[in-house]
Ligand binder design. Structure first.
Ligand code: GLC
Length: 603
């Protein structure tokens, strides 16, 4: 099927006469470590704003290649003071080292019949498709038949569209994904302000809406207008840090599944990627390689006490960096950013593997920590007081297995288990192989807590009583075991499936899918479930929630075609482990702690 999909896209591409780029792409992916951009797009669409901030109609016009976007980028461009360690790992075709541990991946031997539930899901997914100027550009978050107040659920959310995109890609329908990627890219450079302050240029919106507006001065005529939300109307006015990261991840997935690499080579796509990376990699006051964000800047988009360095953002950041490293065309203007990416990747994985991981042994270590250590070689670097170990964890942590904690700050470890972050540490190989196996062991072991009646808990356990009041600000939507506060989100099944396939345990994913599938259809595809064991449809859950539907379909297709799933995850990159930027050699006064840690990874 993989080949046939690729052939289909190949034919389609030839049909629209963009002949030149594919060869260039495959060539540099196989052989070259540093190439000039050879994109031969004749034109690309440029969309600009008419009439200032509040009126945002789009005008699409054809312009010559290599124009404004690059110049804008240069204006914004900054110098990275990071040395290029070794560019040899850049833009090489990964297919050679993507040989999966073959025997662990089950090949589907027969095409099975599509079930009634799947047929229903496909019908609903297609109904959720949004058109812009006659072309499909995304899917709305939900079309709840009973909902009189859709709030912003009638918008296309960047993060929600990812499982829809994968479902379409795996089915061989790439156009909607390509349109989505190009249109959201245009929104990136939108002028955006919250009370006279403008966030960075690379910011991607959380969502956008297609509005049909009356045409100025043309009675009775209408035009489609894209209207993005960068957080300026979102509840809490939070910038969606994850949107840009998901966008990069999707650009790569599009190339991998369709075989059409010309999209990622386009000048505007390369520039968009760089703008996002510029935002993420810019210097600040940080002492750590993790991204510092406010509460609610990801899937959990309300106050839940995850400000700081939440795992979800770090795992998506790491994945987006790995994607960019594969896709960025290396030339004089990008070599610094590529070096910065390499350095950040290795520092980030070290930091997360060392400081976010907990298992029985580590918790016992923390339990016995000395505090107030003032020295560079302190064991308890973040001055964690042992009293912080929550009571639930002492009994809960299994003898084998472990997980990455939700957040790490001075004197603060958030020990809650956050599912999305842990799944993406597996998918992107942010964790070591042993840690990744440990996470799945823990999910297996704690099935009744983390999967229960409906896969999967967004986080575990829920904040209750006074803690709920203080941490959420008394949020009535995030009461204990509801919504973001320990609710169960069926959309997470696709990422669980991907992680299970990667680790050679598809049977775990099958078990979760089987649990969900009949219930989801009977319950009309709710957004989330409530209660300790996920038994009730969520208090305010939308029905016909698109990413619930798409997540289910994507899981089914990934399980049927694990060879396609393999294009969506990463294995350990040993070159990254070799890269150490701290400058402390083995013989230095202080030892580089990475060297010590590396031996543990190899073990
Ligand atoms: C909720 C979720 C968010 C999602 C949005 C649309 O706000 O928290 O992750 O993108 O709904 O479904």
């Amino acid at each position: 099927m993989h080949n046939s999909i690729k052939q289909m896209f190949e034919l389609e591409r030839q049909g629209v006469s963009r002949q030149t780029t594919a060869n260039v792409a495959s060539n540099f992916r196989s052989h070259s470590t540093s190439v000039e951009s050879q994109v031969k797009e004749n034109s690309f669409e440029n969309i600009f704003i008419q009439g200032g901030f509040n009126v945002k109609p789009l005008v699409i016009e054809t312009i010559e290649e290599n124009q404004d976007l690059l110049r804008t980028d240069d204006r914004k461009g900054k110098e990275y003071k990071v040395e290029i360690k070794d560019g040899s790992n850049v833009n090489i075709d990964e297919s050679s080292n993507e040989t999966l541990s073959g025997s662990r991946i089950l090949k589907s031997t027969h095409e099975r019949e599509v079930s009634e539930v799947e047929k229903e899901a496909w019908k609903l997914l297609r109904e959720a498709v949004v058109n812009y100027c006659g072309n499909p550009v995304g899917t709305v978050a939900a079309i709840d038949p009973a909902d009189k107040q859709p709030l912003n659920y009638d918008q296309v959310f960047i993060r929600d569209f990812v499982p829809s995109a994968l479902a379409f890609l795996l089915k061989g329908e790439g156009d909607i994904v390509k349109n989505f990627l190009l249109h959201t890219l245009q929104l990136q450079s939108w002028e955006k302000t919250v009370d006279c302050y403008s966030p960075g240029q690379g910011l991607m919106p959380a969502s956008f809406k297609v509005r049909n507006m009356p045409l100025n001065g043309r009675d009775g005529e209408f035009e489609d207008v894209l209207d993005p939300d960068f957080g300026e109307s979102a509840i809490g006015r939070v910038a969606p840090v994850d949107s840009g990261l998901w966008w990069i991840i999707l650009v790569r997935a599009y190339g991998k599944i369709t075989g059409d690499y010309s999209l990622q080579e386009r000048v505007d796509v390369q520039t968009g990627m760089r703008l996002i990376l510029n935002l993420c990699l810019s210097d600040g006051f940080d002492m750590f390689p993790t991204l510092l964000v406010t509460d609610g800047s990801c899937m959990i988009d309300r106050r839940m006490g995850i400000h700081g360095h939440p795992l979800e953002i770090q795992a998506l950041f790491y994945s987006a960096l790995r994607c960019s490293r594969e896709m960025l065309i290396v030339d004089d203007s990008t070599k610094n950013i590529v070096a910065a990416i390499n350095n950040r990747l290795s520092a980030l994985s070290f930091h997360i593997r060392e400081y976010y991981w907990v298992d029985m042994k580590k918790i016992n270590e923390i339990y016995r920590y000395k505090t107030e250590e003032y020295a560079t070689d302190a064991i308890n670097k973040f001055n964690i007081y042992p009293d912080q170990i929550p009571h639930w964890l002492v009994d809960w942590i299994p003898e084998t297995g472990g997980y990455f904690i939700g957040n790490l700050q001075p004197a603060h470890m958030d020990f809650r288990f956050f599912t999305l972050g842990n799944l993406w540490t597996i998918i992107s190989s942010l964790g070591t192989n042993k840690q990744n196996e440990g996470i799945l062991n823990l999910i297996d072991d704690k099935w009744s807590d983390l999967v229960a009646q409906m896969p999967l808990k967004i986080c575990f356990p829920a904040l209750e009583h006074e803690e709920w009041r203080i941490v959420t600000g008394g949020d009535p939507k995030n009461t204990p075991w509801s919504y973001h506060n320990g609710g169960s989100w069926p959309t997470l099944i696709w990422q669980f499936t991907l992680a299970c396939i990667k680790m050679g345990r598809p049977e775990l994913a099958r078990k979760a899918v089987a649990l969900a599938e009949n219930k989801l259809s009977v319950d009309q595809w709710p957004e989330y479930y409530d209660t300790r064991y996920g038994r009730f449809i969520g208090k305010q859950a939308r029905l016909h929630q698109t990413w619930t539907i798409a997540g289910y379909l994507t899981s089914k297709m990934l399980l049927d075609h694990p060879e396609l799933a393999s294009t969506l995850f990463w294995n350990e990159d040993y070159e990254l482990l070799e890269n150490c930027v701290c400058g402390l050699g083995k013989s230095g006064r202080r030892k580089c702690s990475r060297l010590v840690a590396r031996s543990q990874i190899a073990a």
